[in-house]
Design a protein. Structure first.
Length: 391
């Protein structure tokens, strides 16, 4: 029986990619044992509970300053020790680090236990934890070729793409429009700020609504506000009179993605990968305080090919936002061109390739794992992906 531990956390995006890979493993090996190690944040357990996989929560924290160093070392020592106990009890064939500060402690414990390790790097700019651990792990799987070039110390790198939710690709039908009370003949704008919302984006968009209503009378909007912005958004949309669906969060994103003509969003790694997968035109407003400005560089991967526009948060204002939305939504030819350019950036077989990479690592590390990989060779897609091995 194949036993796999996924370790990650800090944000929901890291775990979402892990769930997609876990689902692919389960489809190939129905009797596989899969366990997720995440942080003790309540929301992370929430992301994972619906997946049905076993969960082990390990307390972890980031090092924010020199003053926090003693607490960081104390928490990390306990986290590594608890990870060691779980790993010894589970005896996994492989540990998959998903990135985020929640992945570091279980990966360090796996290294001490001499368990094969694969890291997943979702961002265009490699995270600090993954850069630090690159030389000690067996393989790194990443989404962008530019990322692979930055991980000089890694033993082996594969550009497989980052798996996204299987159901996000959906053709437009009358059913989706009826769910939201929308018309198929009108333009649909989707605004979202990630699972927590983005208050700066919310504020500027709400200020833009009166002018947008006049400039694009047929506009209809889906606005995922996050918890903090929901009440104000409901009031403003009602007063302006724009047809809108407003929610703090929406689980079935495939329904929304299926009808969105234009998306305004932060640019976390998973969001960018999903937007590329569906081929949606996008306006990205990167979170300016992300480590190493990685959200900007995630967005840059699509913007440099003409599929997205980047507006820096410090430059964002209602006039700029209104003009950009108007310019795109009233130009069907431009939207069509942007869809095509983003679609070319997609990696539709990322989950299969990621699992192939994991199994190949097992094949190289363990004698019996070669048979596992060969048995699934016919499930690989013919399209090649970039691989670099460092001796």
């Amino acid at each position: 029986m194949l036993k796999v531990i996924f370790a990650g956390g800090g944000t929901g995006g890291h775990l979402m990619a892990g769930i997609s890979i876990a689902e692919e493993i389960s489809s190939r090996f129905p009797d596989a044992s899969i366990v997720f190690f995440c942080t003790d944040l309540k929301k992370e357990a929430g992301y994972l509970k619906t997946s049905g996989y076993q969960i082990k929560q390990i307390r972890a924290q980031t090092l924010t300053s020199f003053l926090s160093l003693p607490k960081f070392l104390f928490v990390s020592t306990i986290g590594i020790f608890r990870s060691l106990i779980h790993i010894v009890a589970i005896r996994p064939d492989i540990v998959v680090g998903l990135g985020g500060y929640g992945s570091a402690l279980p990966v360090v414990a796996a290294y001490f236990c001499r368990v094969p390790i694969v890291l997943i790097e979702q961002n265009s700019i490699p995270g600090r934890a993954n850069r630090m651990m690159a030389r000690w792990v067996d393989t790194i799987l990443c989404h962008w070729e530019n990322t692979a070039k930055m991980l000089h110390k890694a033993r082996s790198i594969r550009v497989t793409g980052i798996p996204v939710r299987k159901d996000i690709i959906r053709k437009k039908t009358e059913k989706e429009y009826k769910i939201f009370g929308f018309s198929r003949q009108e333009k649909t704008l989707l605004i979202m700020g990630g699972s927590q919302g983005a208050q700066t984006i919310n504020r500027v968009l709400l200020q833009s609504l009166p002018k947008l209503k006049k400039m694009i009378p047929e506009l209809q909007i889906i606005h995922l506000t996050g918890k903090l912005g929901y009440g104000e958004a409901k009031t403003v949309y009602k007063s302006v009179g724009i047809r809108a669906f407003i929610a703090e969060y929406f689980e079935e994103m495939s329904l929304i993605y299926g009808i969105a003509d234009l998306i305004i969003s932060r640019s976390g790694a998973n969001t960018v990968a999903e937007i590329a997968e569906i081929g949606a035109p996008a306006i990205f407003i990167p979170y300016p305080y992300a480590t190493d400005d990685h959200q900007y560089w995630n967005a840059h991967e699509l913007s440099q090919n003409g599929g997205a526009i980047i507006i820096k948060q410090e430059e964002l204002n209602p006039e700029m936002m209104t003009e950009t939305i108007f310019r795109l939504l009233t130009n069907s030819e431009k939207l069509h061109e942007m869809r095509g350019r983003n679609k070319k950036q997609s990696k539709p077989f990322a989950a299969k390739r990621a699992v192939d990479g994991i199994l190949q690592t097992l094949a190289e590390k363990k004698k019996g794992a070669g048979q596992i990989f060969e048995r699934n060779e016919d499930q690989k897609e013919n399209e090649p992906y970039y691989t670099r091995t460092v001796s």
